[in-house]
Design a protein around this ligand. Structure first.
Ligand code: FAD
Length: 299
């Protein structure tokens, strides 16, 4: 029985192929919304070219197809679209679904998966039976390579919801995902004008500016694409300096892969210190100017 793979990111598809090979199963990449040739090089046994419409439009027809072809598993890359497709197909198939898995391994005909829960506070182990569906995060397996046989099938596209237009969102400011240093500000900042102070520190460090969710969503002092955390940006900078941020788990989840976390907070009990490599207990209105002066002096 084959492991079927859907991902709108080629690199993630190649990682999921590696898992299928590790389990000694046939691997079949589902090319929906992306031409089959885009997945050449991922090393799958087969690429099923299904259609050029949005992947989610094939969910019902794909579920019917997979029911007839007794699949071992359907694995989708844990991207926005992968989650969407996996949930729809699992629903139509009445199949069990495990979301955002970061580890999966075969176990006597079933699969043991691990996934984070409660904003990363708990690592949960679950058993997914053969015939199940999972969305899998990137980085779990070493991507394979190699050419695949292409087979074209025709599945009916559900056109009840139609795409009218699609325009890129214009993002303001620098791209946080590539920043190696990030200075982030929380609701410990008293007023919007004081952002200038935090910007000055970011400039002195050659860092990008980010914030907690409250600063973006509630106070609207910075655009929402600037906030860090489980529902915002997930970053892995070399240095993350948190100014006036309490350090709740939902925020820290977004920088759990940062190399060095520095917390500045006037409450020594603030959770940010438990997550920090270095902590400064103090008023950010005193600490930040002192840091800027020190950085400028050493230039
Ligand atoms: C489902 C869910 C998802 C969420 N997702 C996210 C997310 O993705 N990202 C996110 O950020 N949050 C998220 N949150 C909100 C999160 O739980 C926290 O409420 C939020 O991160 C708190 O923001 P903050 O630390 O800026 O503010 P606060 O919690 O108000 O903390 C402000 C901190 O500043 C300190 N402070 C005050 N004055 C000073 C001063 N003068 N000098 C130094 N320190 C000072 C205080 O001691 C305090 O620790 C989520 C919550 C839920 C329920």
């Amino acid at each position: 029985m084959a492991i079927y793979i859907y991902s709108d990111r080629k690199s993630l598809a190649a990682e999921l192929v590696a898992f299928a090979k590790q389990e000694g199963k046939e691997s079949v990449i589902l090319a929906m919304g992306t031409p089959a040739e885009d997945f050449q090089g991922c090393g799958a046994d087969k690429i099923l070219e299904i259609g050029s419409g949005p992947a989610e439009n094939y969910s019902k027809a794909l579920a019917d197809y997979l029911k007839k072809h007794t699949m071992e598993l359907l694995l989708a890359g844990a991207t926005l679209r992968g989650r969407d497709v996996a949930a729809r197909v699992a629903g139509y198939m009445k199949a069990p679904l495990c979301a955002d898995v970061h580890s999966i391994i075969g176990d006597a005909g079933d699969y043991i998966i691990e996934r984070m829960m409660y904003g990363g506070a708990v690592n949960s182990r679950q058993k997914l039976p053969s015939g199940g569906v999972a969305t899998v995060s990137s980085g779990c397996f070493e991507a394979t390579s190699g050419q695949s046989v292409v087979e074209t099938i025709s599945l009916k596209e559900d056109l009840r919801v139609q795409l009218l237009s699609c325009e890129p969102v214009v993002r303001s400011g620098e791209d946080l995902s590539n920043a190696t240093r990030v200075v982030s500000v929380g609701q410990g900042l008293k007023q919007q004008e004081d952002l200038a102070l935090i910007r000055q520190l970011a400039d002195a460090m050659g860092a990008a500016l980010a914030c907690s969710r409250g600063v973006a969503e509630e106070r609207r002092w910075l655009p929402v694409e600037k906030y860090v955390g489980i529902s915002g940006n997930i970053l892995s900078p070399s240095v993350y300096l948190a100014c006036g941020i309490s350090g709740q788990i939902q925020h820290i989840y977004g920088v759990r892969d940062a190399k060095i976390i520095v917390g500045i907070n006037n409450n020594e009990q603030a959770p940010i210190f438990a997550a920090s490599d270095y902590g400064i207990v103090g008023d950010l209105y005193e600490v930040v100017p002192a840091l800027i002066a020190e950085l400028q002096r050493s230039l």
